[in-house]
Ligand binder design. Structure first.
Ligand code: ADP
Ligand code: MG
Length: 237
């Protein structure tokens, strides 16, 4: 991890009508850092995430990637500067095979000849190589999540954003995902929004707890898990 920030937000606000889903959030992530975002349902995690990925345009405040203001950019342009995005609902091309999906993603970054190999490597890594010829639309949710992760990683982005990647996964798939996240975090910065505590325990280090649209606490996961007030918040009690 270096001292430089890869992603920052300043005074970020997202309002829906009169409701404030993200309330003046100042957030900073270092190059190569792995950060988990916790918080109860409705805390604003996904809304914050969507402001980072361009799925939503924040009401006010700024989002910067390596010092460049990317506030209000669309998702494609944000992806182009080096942000790999896995949304809560897998974003796949249904009707085509797993390997076509992953190759398409690999071609955005690599020459055609290289893209094939990269796609193979990523399908292998993500445990979906045996499904290469299957149509993605017919796969279970957990497997679709792994295919989308293979697509994100095939582009080798310096920043990877994952919203509830463990949702719908079996125990084995979740273990694989945890290994993948840890491995990805050796080369890239990663933000993971999750509420599966078994998963969080395996991967989390420095963690941000959201509550009511604001940052409630930032600390190492061990500290957060032994702090009653934070516990009540992240468990949504
Ligand atoms: P989390 O991901 O932490 O569960 P969300 O970001 O999904 O929380 O939601 C935060 C708040 O914003 C909730 O009160 C939710 O109802 C509200 N919200 C989220 N998306 C919208 C939307 N598109 N329109 C109106 N309100 C929304
Ligand atoms: Mg959410």
């Amino acid at each position: 991890m270096s001292d430089a920030h890869i992603l920052t937000t300043e005074n970020l606000v997202m309002q829906f009508g009169r409701g404030v889903a993200v309330d003046h959030v100042d957030f900073a992530l270092r190059e190569g850092e792995l950060r988990c975002l916790l918080g109860p349902n409705g805390a604003g995690k996904s809304t914050f995430f969507k402001c980072l990925t361009g799925q939503l345009t924040p009401t006010s405040g700024t989002v910067k990637f390596r010092g460049k203001d990317i506030t209000g950019w669309n998702t494609q342009d944000i992806a182009k500067v080096g942000v790999g995005i896995k949304t809560q609902v897998p974003n796949l091309f249904n009707g085509v095979s797993v390997c076509e999906n992953v190759r398409m993603a690999a071609r955005r970054k690599h020459l055609k000849s290289m893209a094939r190999d990269k796609a193979e490597e990523m399908m292998e890594k993500c445990g979906v190589a045996h499904l290469a010829r299957r149509e993605v639309g017919l796969l279970a949710h957990g497997l679709r999540q792994l295919v989308e992760l293979a697509m994100v990683l095939a582009e080798e982005p310096p920043l990877v954003l994952l919203d509830e990647p463990a949702a719908g996964m079996t125990g084995d798939e979740r273990d694989r995902l945890a290994d993948l996240v840890l491995e990805t975090a050796r080369k890239a910065a990663v933000i993971v929004v999750e509420h599966d505590m078994a998963f969080i325990r395996r991967i989390a280090r420095f963690t941000t707890v959201f509550n009511r649209g604001a940052i409630f606490r930032e600390a190492m996961i061990d500290e957060i898990m032994s702090d009653r007030a934070a516990q009540e918040i992240y468990l949504g009690k």
